[in-house]
Design a protein around this ligand. Structure first.
Ligand code: ATP
Length: 234
């Protein structure tokens, strides 16, 4: 079974603009995979469809074998999505937010895992701090933990390092590598080939709603000039 299967995904928005024009690819379990593309390539549209947040116009997506539209609950239980934007209720503290999110997934006792995540993300000291008193970078860390409370087999990070300080970048990548070694599948979207190159075994490249490259990082880097030009032009 694949961690993710995308079959002929097409998305046309209400204004008639087609952001995905028939995208197909698979990600196998245990991969560390990058979805690369310039602004407007369609990455967020695709991620939202994977998370069931918007409906494809046609085509299908499976998360760990579950169709995201027909079996949305099972698909959602198997996916952890770290979104680009911060969305929080600011009146709770960090531990409370993570406990509430655990409850949402039906997990009652999650403190060991919550403590482990706080440790990996450098948040242990902030466990009892109210969210409204945290810096933007700290809130981002909480968002990562929030996406992972149910230990999802598939983890997707949407541009995780945009506007993020070096220290968080390092702890985030180290944590993702640990999770990947434990068998979790990791997919990240990024504008940066360098970031994909450093961590990912395979890269898919979107350009104007189409898949224009899908290969191992090694092969793509051999055609690096070509890839860079594609990214600039898209
Ligand atoms: P970025 O790196 O800037 O986040 P992206 O690759 O994630 O870009 P998307 O956000 O998926 O790209 O956008 C793809 C295209 O779809 C863009 O041209 C965008 O303007 C368009 N688009 C996105 N959302 C909508 C919407 N709700 N209605 C109409 N067009 C939209």
């Amino acid at each position: 079974m694949n961690a993710l299967t995308i079959n002929q995904a097409v998305k046309t928005y209400a204004n008639g603009f087609t952001a995905l024009k028939g995208v197909s690819f698979d990600v196998q379990q245990g991969e560390f995979f990058a979805l690369l593309g310039a602004n407007g390539a369609g990455k967020t549209t695709l991620i939202s469809a994977i998370a069931g947040l918007n409906r494809l116009s046609s085509g299908s997506i499976q998360v760990m074998g579950y169709d995201v539209q027909m079996q949305s609950t099972q698909a959602r239980m198997n996916l952890g999505l770290v979104p680009q934007e911060l969305v929080f209720d600011p009146f709770f503290n960090v531990r409370q937010i993570l406990q509430i999110q655990s409850g949402y997934f039906g997990i009652r006792k999650n403190n060991d895992w919550i403590d482990e995540m706080l440790h990996h993300l450098g948040l242990t000291d902030k466990a009892n701090t109210n969210l409204r008193n945290l810096s933007g970078g700290m809130k981002r860390r909480v968002m990562v933990a929030q996406a992972l409370v149910h230990r999802p087999p598939l983890i997707i990070l949407d541009e995780p390092t945009a506007g993020v300080d070096v220290e968080l970048r390092h702890s985030l990548w180290a944590f993702m590598q640990t999770l990947n070694q434990q068998g979790h599948t990791i997919i990240l979207t990024t504008h940066y080939l360098e970031e994909a190159e450093q961590y990912c075994g395979r890269i898919a490249m979107l350009k104007q709603g189409k898949l224009v490259a899908l290969d191992t990082t090694e092969h793509l880097l051999n055609a690096e000039q070509n890839v860079r030009i594609q990214l600039q032009l898209s």
